[in-house]
Design a protein around this ligand. Sequence first.
Ligand code: TRP
Length: 326
Amino acid sequence: MAKKRILSGMRPTGKLHIGHYVGALENWIKLQDEYESFHLIADYHVLTTKLETNDIYQDSIDMLIDWLAAGLDPVKSPMFRQSKIKEHTELHLLFSMLITVNRLERNPTLKDQIRDLNIEQVIYGHLGYPVLQSADILLYKGNAVPVGDDQVPHIEISREIARRFNNQYGNVFPEPEPLLTQFARLPGLDGGAKMSKSLNNTILLSDSPEVVKSKLKKAVTDPNKIRKGDPGNPDICLVFAYHKKFNDAEVQEIDSGCRSGALGCVDCKMRCAAKISLMLEPIIERRKYYEQRMDEVEDILRQGEQRAKLVAEETMAEVRDKMKLG
Ligand code: TRP
């Protein structure tokens, strides 16, 4: 039986952080044997938050290198830019007929974005964001979409669009399922719920051990634990959240050391930094390899785009045929 297919993507905002890794990338890497995986650089979607495009190519390449460095295998999984496959725009347009404005206005991520980014004028691109994302997924007939929990409302919209299309014109699309990770979200270094470049609270996958240490030194911890000896509450501490993810073996001891006061925040942070850097070490090594071989990186992208294009053309031919469009 043919393998099920994954389609997932990220907006190219430059170098990735450990929140991207934990929320999605780690999962992509685990799943690439079990599924046929397609990974998309969403360079149309990124325009919804950044109209200025001078860095768009470099940001895409930086992200691609992080994907490769983290362990995505370009032989198994094509990686490609959305803007290179024009079928995305065509399917987006057709899908825009199959969903109401009202439904899109109820999309909770739209409301979050308006609030978080202080958007005063909502452009059409914001409203249509999940319609384009549906085209991304369904163009490759994605069965599963490994993403962070914030993307689940978009997958729901793509399921609705797939159903609508299939009922109206005949069966073409599967209804995609979200695949979530256990640690769907890492808090930011400022203690905020989310790590995000625009909030400037990230640890990058490319950060050296020195940088990780200095970033963690400044991280916010339990405000009631001022010096070593004071009892702390790990449940509200972002450093503890990182220990839970990256330092499974010591997490019990850190929990009780923090609560009793025996473990000070500086020690706790340095132990955490060491574990994060241990995890990052092979990623940084592989990043160096690719940075020195830009021809190979560009080749990976070209080949990914060729493979994606074949699938996209095939799906669009089927869509036009069912819709009796030229
Ligand atoms: N909206 C996703 C994000 O911000 C990026 C994305 C674009 C995507 N197209 C996709 C994710 C298709 C999964 C599938 O993270």
